[in-house]
Design a protein around this ligand. Structure first.
Ligand code: GLA
Length: 371
């Protein structure tokens, strides 16, 4: 391999609980994964960012004076968007050679795009001798996802990718971007991540659709409640005023209000080491995402049903945006191997193709190593 100066990584993530509420100002509970994107980087003294990949033959060159012009490219648009937003935020972007190596599976709902965006910016900051400000990097990466790639996402993925800590979950308040780190102590239980392997589609359009539904609901509720975001609406207030909302908008907002309450309960359970309660909250979250928010689909539902029916499992839910991607399950350590075997078999029988089980640890967000 050509000699690079630095190895910079940013993580993929799971979300333990708090789904589809980051863009409503809610608290979420993600954790960074050891599946990550690595950028090997060195400055090249030109105006060009030359990108190559360990997994592709293609090479892409970006002109640092025209970073806004790569939205339509097949490869390199995440890097271009990230570099562009970082530059727009007033940071120096230098020409460089980058080799990307991504171990976060694409379309898995484990935030490969956030890992790419965050590691690209961290690499650019590193070669410009800027100190790594993980929160700023996360915010520029989120802006890239929203304004460059067109997914109107919240801050959860980029924050987790940048600011995650080994063996810690984050209790991230998305309205203030303040974060409390909680130790991930699961006692006799392990977290199992399984990809339903559904071909990824509709995520972007459906995601943006859900956002506008809840924004619409908020506007209506604001006619009677003094709240700045949906996460501020209590369950009691929703009980009283929810009838102002029609059909699907009612369902979507009910999910948000109740999911926010579940996160609070999950944080308490986590701090007490009450993993059984955490498991029950995971199950309730999935049910709500299926019935009220309608972002699961038959594949994720089949995977969760198979998991929940296994005796070693005390809770299972989809994680991430949904419509495909991964589930997480809390499984008793003594039964993990049987669980994996049984769920994989049942999923294949019901859906007709295999799911994929990942071995991943809870890990750090951005890391920078001189090489
Ligand atoms: C995607 C988005 C996040 C969040 C989740 C759903 O991963 O990027 O901001 O909204 O979906 O919780």
């Amino acid at each position: 391999m050509t000699k690079y100066d630095y190895k910079v990584t940013a993580a993929g993530r799971i979300n333990i609980i708090g789904e589809h509420i980051d863009y409503c100002g809610g608290k979420v509970m993600p954790a960074a994964l050891s599946l990550n994107n690595t950028v090997y980087v060195r400055p090249n003294g030109t105006d060009k960012i030359n990108i190559s990949w360990t997994t592709l033959d293609d090479k892409v060159t970006l002109d640092i004076n025209k970073l806004d012009s790569y939205k339509g490219v097949k490869y390199g648009n995440y890097q271009a968007g990230a570099a562009y937003m970082w530059q727009q935020a007033g940071h120096k972007v230098l020409g460089c050679d980058m080799l990307h190596d991504c171990t976060v599976p694409f379309g898995s709902g484990l935030s490969s795009s956030a890992a790419i965006e965050v590691s690209t910016i961290a690499a650019l900051a590193t070669i410009a001798d800027e100190p790594i400000d993980s929160v700023r990097i996360a915010l520029s990466a989120q802006q890239a996802e929203r304004e460059y790639t067109g997914v109107n996402c919240g801050i959860m993925d980029q924050y987790a990718s940048a600011c995650g800590k080994k063996d810690r979950v984050m209790l991230l308040d998305c309205s203030t971007v303040e974060c409390e780190y909680l130790p991930l102590v699961l006692g006799d239980y392990s977290l199992v991540i399984i990809n339903c392997n559904k071909p990824h589609n509709l995520v972007e359009s459906k995601y943006n659709e859900r956002r506008s539904e809840v924004e619409h609901g908020l506007k209506t509720l604001q006619t009677v409640l003094d709240v700045s975001c949906l996460a501020e609406v209590t369950e009691e207030q929703f009980e009283k005023h929810g009838n102002l909302l029609g059909g699907k908008v009612y369902d979507r907002c009910k999910h948000v209000v109740e999911e926010c309450a579940r996160v609070e309960k999950a944080a308490v359970a986590m701090k007490r080491g009450d993993i059984k309660t955490l498991g029950e909250l995971l199950n309730a979250s999935h049910k709500s995402l299926k019935e009220l928010y309608e972002v699961t689909g038959k594949e994720l539902d089949a995977l969760v049903a198979a998991a929940q029916s296994h005796p070693a499992c005390i809770g299972s839910r989809m994680t991430g945006a949904g419509f495909g991607g991964c589930t997480i399950s809390l499984v008793h350590k003594d039964g993990v191997e049987q669980f994996k075997h049984a769920v994989a078999k049942e999923y294949r029988q019901n859906i007709g193709y295999d799911c994929k089980i990942y071995d991943a640890e809870i890990s750090d967000g951005i890391t920078v190593t001189k090489i």
